[in-house]
Write a protein that binds this ligand. Sequence first.
Ligand SMILES: Cc1cc2nc3c(=O)[nH]c(=O)nc-3n(C[C@H](O)[C@H](O)[C@H](O)COP(=O)(O)OP(=O)(O)OC[C@H]3O[C@@H](n4cnc5c(N)ncnc54)[C@H](O)[C@@H]3O)c2cc1C
Length: 302
Amino acid sequence: MGHARLTASTLPPVRGTLKADAPLAPLVWFKAGGTAQWLFEPKDADDLSDFMAMLDPAMPVMALGLGSNLIVRDGGVPGVVVRLGKPFAKVEALDATTLRCGGGASGILVSSTARDAGIAGLEFLRSIPGTVGGFVRMNGGAYGRETADILVECDLVLRSGEQVTLLNSDLHYSYRHSNLTDGAVVVSATFRGEPGEPAGIQAEMDRIATAREESQPLRSKTGGSTFKNPDGHKAWALVDEAGCRGLALGGAQVSDKHTNFLLNTGDATSSDIESLGEEVRRRVKEKSGVELEWEIQRVGRK
Ligand SMILES: Cc1cc2nc3c(=O)[nH]c(=O)nc-3n(C[C@H](O)[C@H](O)[C@H](O)COP(=O)(O)OP(=O)(O)OC[C@H]3O[C@@H](n4cnc5c(N)ncnc54)[C@H](O)[C@@H]3O)c2cc1C
């Protein structure tokens, strides 16, 4: 690819870090896939905003959280991948029910800060291994709650560099979906819960963590739920009925423990993982007539 020959001097100046041809496999849960043409870790929202405003509008931009819902294809991601590091990982209570969270903060940090502040209703974030930016974009949810239930507003840097604040209603949330535009990066969000007792909140977090441990392959190289639950169906049950439990292709396998999870059992390429997912979709369609829709985001070149 010609892109490796570009140098940072061809891009706008930054105060954070900018790397060419940066491997993404170590940064995503599947531990597979190619490089980012550019990987940018901004120092703060203004750094990101200035960079985006000056960047050639033809350059695609994509945000990366913990890569817990992502297949990065083997040919790598053209353009700029924005990763929100430490400067975006803070969480603080604003009052008795609301928290201000950096876009790069983890679900564990958000839920434990909520507990310490006596804010209930955010316990479910304890079990979703992503960042605030990923939750806001994906409408992440678990145990009957989702981001749409707790989001007040979020601050974004748009691909144009413009900084805007959107309200919950602006995102038009539906199941695992928001209408955030491509290239928009969530730099912070305000979540609202309700007053609660830290001990009770902790007990709910423990209950959720235990339920998780029993039902999902948490210590594996995976991307979480592969397919959305179609109306009136559970994706895992359709996959199971189609005989795909344990099905393998190259280094990729359908989990035995939770059939809506795909695993990298060692040295899978992203092509193995995505092809296995497509084979599962084909078999489910043949067996039950239902067309599964990917929940995992697939990005980059094959
Ligand atoms: C073991 C396991 C269990 C899981 N369980 C659940 C679950 O119960 N419920 C659930 O909903 N999900 C679950 N997931 C999936 C995943 O954790 C969520 O989708 C999460 O919201 C992804 O967050 P992330 O920050 O890692 O995003 P990534 O995986 O890095 O990215 C996902 C998408 O979000 C975008 N994105 C990331 N950060 C930003 C940002 N700052 N601004 C704008 N867009 C951004 C990316 O561009 C991409 O389109 C699970 C995953 C794993 C591995």
